[in-house]
Design a binder for this molecule. Structure first.
Ligand code: ZN
Length: 185
């Protein structure tokens, strides 16, 4: 289990923030960036389709596999329509926000609920069962697809370390490492 704490530096001391406060600060910084530069900030991905009358959700992805979900509403965008604002921003941005680097393509975790379906067998992934996540591009979105441990095509992996592996139990980590590395070395 890895514990992460968030803090900001204030007059050379660390002020600890909750994840929520940290996310709010990030959202403010992103807003400033978007309004001044007219493009999508680095490490940002869209996780849901842009819908009329709904807040727009963005994810800020640290390379360590930690992600922050930010919501932008008409209020936080100073009265601008969220869907229109982001559609315009997407059209003037380079397409960097759609790039999937190998180090954040994969993740592994215990399913936090039983709501996901396996991409391969189309069956439910039960709560607390190990699931593999793969980031895939869908139009202007990066979406996470999930697989059962046994349904995942491990040959895709080619020795790349998967995010989240250190949060698994020792036994499960061994199970995964056996799959990643070929037996005969
Ligand atoms: Zn499956």
């Amino acid at each position: 289990m890895i514990l992460t704490r968030f803090a900001r530096v204030s007059k050379s001391t660390l002020v600890y923030l909750s994840k929520k406060d940290f996310t709010n600060r990030l959202a403010t910084l992103c807003m400033k960036y978007m309004l001044s530069k007219n493009k999508i900030p680095p490490k940002i991905t869209f996780t849901k389709k842009l819908l009329e009358g709904k807040p727009v959700e963005l994810s800020y992805n640290f390379s360590s596999g930690i992600a922050f979900q930010m919501k932008f509403t008409e209020k936080s965008l100073e009265g601008k329509n969220p869907k229109e604002f982001f559609e315009k921003l997407i059209s003037t941005s380079d397409r960097d926000f759609l790039k999937i680097d190998e180090e954040r393509r994969w993740k592994i975790e215990y399913a936090p609920n039983g709501r996901s379906l396996c991409k391969k067998c189309k069956r439910q992934i039960r709560e607390k069962e190990i699931r593999l996540g793969e980031l895939q591009r869908e139009k202007n979105l990066l979406v996470q697809q999930f697989y059962h441990f046994k349904c995942f095509d491990w040959s895709k992996q080619k020795g790349i370390l998967i995010h989240g592996i250190n949060d698994l139990s020792e036994l499960d980590q061994q199970k995964v490492k056996k799959k990643i590395k070929p037996k005969a070395e």
